[in-house]
Design a protein around this ligand. Structure first.
Ligand SMILES: C[S@@+](CC[C@H](N)C(=O)[O-])C[C@H]1O[C@@H](n2cnc3c(N)ncnc32)[C@H](O)[C@@H]1O
Length: 212
């Protein structure tokens, strides 16, 4: 079989982001999984997981039941574990990405499912959903699902790229849900370069939302 994976990290990022639909994006992540950490996993270059986990530590109890949504290979789970969190559930629709995450032994459960439609998780199950590196990829409908599965008073912690938040439809879903009284923004972190060495133009902010 011809290896479809592009040669460079930048081309791989571009390849998954430009997938024509959700199913094709999942297939591309399955192919990229074995190389993802070598490409993206350096804590010196990919700052978003550490920054997201640091902010989570400021707003969540360490016993909180947290879903890592779009967990991928578990980089966010590893960062959360370093901050003292132990009750972590990984969810991703790429089974190959989750296979890498499983080996890291930071999650109590791992589930392969699509977060842009209603999932198997019961309403109000989680104290928090955390998602990082997903704004351009996971369909904005997933924000509705996050609100359903997080208990009232729980948090959604979203490492968002502000332009993509608007472009990819999250702003519209958010404003509809806020108008309906379902969630509010508690804090909006300082902008930072999520990949300062390799992608200096990717600016990210970690937003904390409260589910009402
Ligand atoms: C850029 S990776 C980020 C992975 C990890 N959070 C990190 O920061 O390294 C995006 C992840 O979102 C997952 N993803 C994209 N759309 C999804 C969906 N609709 N449902 C579940 N997972 C999805 C992909 O499979 C991929 O693992």
């Amino acid at each position: 079989m011809v290896d479809e994976l592009p040669d460079t990290k930048a081309a791989r990022v571009d390849w998954v982001i430009r997938a024509p639909d959700n199913a094709e994006m999942k297939r591309r992540y399955d192919i990229w999984a074995k190389d993802y950490d070598a490409d993206v996993g350096s804590a010196e270059d990919y700052l978003a997981p550490l920054e997201t986990a640091r902010i989570a530590k400021g707003v969540l109890d360490q016993s909180a039941l947290i879903m890592d949504a779009g967990a991928g290979t578990g980089l966010v789970g590893e960062a959360l574990k370093e901050q003292g969190f132990n009750n972590l559930v990984a969810v991703d629709y790429s089974a190959q990405m989750l296979d890498i995450a499983r080996r890291k032994q930071v999650y109590t459960e791992l589930h392969t499912c699509d977060l842009s439609v209603q999932t198997e998780f019961e309403t109000d199950r989680f104290d928090a959903v955390i998602t990082c590196g997903t704004t351009s990829q996971m369909p904005s409908n997933s924000l509705r699902e996050f609100v359903r599965i997080v208990r009232p008073g729980g948090k959604i912690i979203f490492a968002a790229v502000p332009e993509l938040w608007v472009e990819c439809g999250y702003a519209a879903v958010f404003s509809e849900m806020r108008s309906a009284g379902h969630l509010d923004v508690v804090s909006r972190g300082e902008p930072f370069q999520m990949m300062p060495t390799t992608e200096p133009d990717f600016i990210c902010e970690v937003w904390v939302m409260n589910v009402n």
